[in-house]
Write a protein that binds this ligand. Sequence first.
Ligand SMILES: [Zn+2]
Length: 121
Amino acid sequence: MTEEKKIYVREFDPDLRAPQVIHDWSGTARVIRYVGRCIICVRPTFEADDGGNDPRGVMGDYANQGLDAKSHGMVGDDVVLCWRCGNEEGSYKRAVWLAAHHYWQHPSDIAEDDENQYDSY
Ligand SMILES: [Zn+2]
């Protein structure tokens, strides 16, 4: 008789900021890390070390769907956005606007700054 593989899923805790080890449906251990709060709804968001941020998994709406400056033609750090806000048109557009006006720079603005630096030499 073969022993059945024990499958267990630890409840994901969105209030925990320390890395969490989750055992998925296949029994594979996955490390889930806190990323930050959503720019729109301030929900805490998380990412898995294996890159699998599927919201159908344990993270649900807490999965980070970060905004990438480069994909919007801007320069800057990724901005934290939860899965729910990232998938609602109004929230998504507001997040991009906030990021573009408060966190990112347009490449031409950076080029101007560089030129001004040279002027002072
Ligand atoms: Zn959100």
